[in-house]
Design a protein around this ligand. Sequence first.
Ligand code: SF4
Length: 354
Amino acid sequence: MQQSLTDRILADREQSSRPTGEWRRLMPQDSALVFNIQHYSLHDGPGIRTIVFLKGCPLRCPWCSNPESQRFGPEVSYVADKCIASMGCNRCALACPAAVSSGAEGTSPITLNHPELDRLDLTELTTFAKSCPSKALTLEGRPMTVDEVLDVVERDEVFFDRSGGGITVSGGEPLAHRTFLTNLLAGAHDRGITTAIETCGYAPYASLASAAEHLDNVLFDIKSMDDAKHREWTGFGNKRILDNFSRLCADHPEIPKLVRTPIIPGFNDSREGVAAIIDFLHGLGGREANITYQPLKYHRFGEGKYHALGRDYPMGSVKLDDDLFNAIRDDVLASGLAADALYHDDDPDDVDED
Ligand code: SF4
């Protein structure tokens, strides 16, 4: 890893791990922070899915396309293009003067003072975000109960029925919200909605085991078999993740498991690295254990969100070699584990990436 990239990753890790203000105490009972509910998704489980994004993740992958998912507390993002400060608006400054200053000339109309915002509690932060009339400010993470989430998800039932879709709980890391997640999945089943999670796998196995009782599909990230590299790039080694996946295969061979690897330049962009993952999956039973596999192509979709949160995009301008990705994709197709999506994926850009 080049020094400058290391510095950027460490700087972003520190920034994205700052504690946020008092919020847990103010959360309604049986709620979790939800930062998005996305409808009509085609890449996050079978059929048409509604994805519920829970806030908070233990890992700090510098390529994360949802950086607003990483911190456990609520925060505010700011999109300069929507700001109407040049027309005289100063409502956010009136709501919390210490959190706002004039933007540097030629860059953005205002600048948010994030350390100051991090001191606000959930109620104050909500008031601050709502003060903006032009939606330049967004509250990332609002408390929702299980029933509130399911009431929203259930509106898409007609699409689930026709396509074989359902709810996919993502994040952040859904397993970091053990009780809420288990109740959400069980509640979905009670309403006749099929379930899936997207997980980085880094959690106590008990959390995965209790979720698995109510899961129809699991989308599980295995990013690298190299423990040291995994630690260097994400903040944690891979042992717990690999152990969890092994135990899931042993305990629940009946659950379809789609393993995904985002192919990241400088981290895991090698045919040998992917071959090691494929060997691991074959060793767990492969298709017999209901395992399929999909490499995902690195993209920069999340870059603007880093800026909206007052962070620099840690990956800089790195690019993935298209030929290398295509070779990896061909290796996976030859492995016998390729997910259906790979056989129909004429445009490898058309995939998600965690
Ligand atoms: S309230 Fe919104 S539009 Fe007005 S200055 Fe603040 S961020 Fe800009």
